[in-house]
Design a protein around this ligand. Sequence first.
Ligand SMILES: [Zn+2]
Length: 403
Amino acid sequence: MWAGERGGPGSPHGFQLLLRCKTATLPSQSLGQALSQQWRDGTGRGERVKKGILERLNSGEVVIGDGSFVFTLEKRGYVKAGLWTPEAAVEYPEAVRQLHMEYLRAGSNVMQTFTFFAGKDNLESKWKDVNEAACDLAREVAEKGDALVAGGISQTSLYQSQKNKLEIKEIFQQQLEVFTRKNVDFLIAEYFEYCEEAVWAVEVLKESGKPVAATMCIGPEGDMHNLTPGECAVRLVKAGASIVGVNCRFGPEISLATVKLMKEGLEASGLKAYLMVQTLGFHTPDCGKGGFVDLPQYPFGLEPRLATRWDIQKYAREAYNLGVRYIGGCCGFEPYHIRAIAEELAPERGFLPDASEKHGSWGSGLSMHTKPWIRARAQKEYWKNLLPASGRPYFPSLSKPDA
Ligand SMILES: [Zn+2]
């Protein structure tokens, strides 16, 4: 009954299901909810085995990632900016669980463990407890729906200062040992600004035998050693990554431009891999090579740059047209942005997420409004062409990076 089994992109059967969801007078139960239910109570034909990440991608499915964790939990009061470490997995598990739940409901197919910067280098003696708790939370929520668990590692704090390959690989190995014991479904090496360190991460993760995705936090100018995005992608695939792309640091347009360069690099080398993008939820056309961290508003004044749900529908469509089949978000990317991906690509996927029960596609819910000028906004053309105002008449729309 999964999307891939119902036929390829735009299959008539898939579209029928979508229409059925959308035209129901009462949103009694979406397909996603029905499937969630099936996972919960084990109804149907006994135990079902979920399709793995590569099976899904091989069959042409669009995999929707998740969104912001450290940034969002900082705003909610559970993460401290600066270190951006995920102790909340142990200290406030209900906060982490709730955010996972919101992404699942919005349409995410992947629950990434909340293990960003969770190596021994950043967390000292707490690293093990945090990684274990994060795996348990991700698994608990993933089991409530059609989601997989991905164990995530990120760049270390050692690479720039010491560049000690053995020591850095040991940090990755320690995290991998927890992921293996907790039996995550696949692995993601993310947020690497140096290709060399990302390659070490992939080499370690490959030892598990599980599929490995690798995303770098770079823009079109390439990594901090001036390797082009295309060359980075080639090296990551040669190291064993099945899925490559970018996450964080840049907004939708720049992230997609970088993935396009990766795609071209792979094609020129005759290599094959699936493409992945997890953009910021912020617009960053004025970024330098280092991305949004160098903007003067980082990290506490970025709100005026926030992408609308309509911006993210455009992003999802452009990513799809580029051939990217693993689409998600990073810092600033909220559950309603994930829902926007799921809604934009509903014709291809064949169903809407549970959270769409509370959201009429393209503002259609406003057709019930009592004020006629608001009712007039219940249409795609209105929201597609809207120019959002910042409400700040004396403020610049762009700024100059500090570095
Ligand atoms: Zn991020």
